[in-house]
Design a protein around this ligand. Sequence first.
Ligand SMILES: [Zn+2]
Length: 409
Amino acid sequence: MYRATKVRIYPNKEQAELLDRQFGAVRFVYNKALHIRSHWYKRYGVSLGNIKHIQPLLPIAKKSRKYDWLKNADSNSLQVALQNLDLAFKNFFEKRAKYPKFKRKNGTQSSYHCSNLKVTCDSIKIPKIPSIKANIHRELTGKVKSITITRAPTGKYYASILCDDGLEAAVKPTLITSVTGCDIGLADYLIRDDGKKTANPRYLVNAYRRLRRDSKNLSRKKPGSSNRKKARIKLAAQHERVANARADFQHKLSRSIIDENQAVIVETLKSANMMKNRRLARHIGDAAWNGFVTKLAYKAEQAGVHLVKIDQWYASSKTCHCCGHKMAEMPLKVREWQCPSCLADHDRDINAAINIKQKGITDLMAAGLVVKAHGGLRKSGSEPVAAWEVGSLAVYGGEQSPLCVLFTH
Ligand SMILES: [Zn+2]
């Protein structure tokens, strides 16, 4: 299994200069390729989607007098810059992202290296740059596969070290006895089907006044001045603090969910769509659900836990989990409601979490797994119904959904 560890590195002045040149080359290749591909498309209508057109240009550029300085950079990192651009275009064409943008000198810089690497207890070595002092705060096991160096807008340098520990991936159980369904929200960050709610810490919203003050301060500074640089770093540090607090929260929450369950079911939200609601945009950006689901996914992979992602169109909030009645509308402000069909009272989020869990269990059983995590069928003290029996019955649409009884505790 592959495991990435991010460590802080402390290049000296000379090394920082070499690193900045390395970042410059990566950024140049990315931006140049983006320019060429956009130009070809506008001018000749050549498809933007193929990396094969652009890759042969790199060795030609290195031989030319104008761009021969590219030879001083690690060639792998330049190839990867082209691949990253390819991915950015792919995400754009598959409507997951906006059109790729040019990389800026002041933004986060990064560079990928995968050959001639060395990691000791207090240093790392990448091609063409002498060993850099590093704070390896965690023991690394296995073979080092790659190192990605980044420079944050605050000017701090980091190395993400990817190791292959040589072990097989954890085996996921075929008999599942503990499942949780999670709904992700704004008022509460995470709502589990058992009613457990985790409050949304709202790091960005709380830091908003400070961020606004710092960014106003930055905009008043003269372009190119050293005061502007100072203000920019101050603002970046503020953003970094928010991001660190958020990441820490997400890591701890995802860790506890993965440790407690054999299967976790979440809804994948199309937050880009919701971001169009301007009043909510800041809160949604702050919640950063995608980052949270990513953390859940790799922890699940490492621990051998099933992670089921439910499509975002699935009407988890609108459907009554008891009888399957679907409401025509469910505005965001409605927190509690009563089902007009079966008169059950619902907490909006818990009802959604239960629906998500039910849908996930159906998916797991459809994949041939046995799920016995529902606490049994509690209908007038009868014996628990075996999961495979329940699985063969229709879940939605019927008057009496068997799973609805399953989940009433
Ligand atoms: Zn109902």
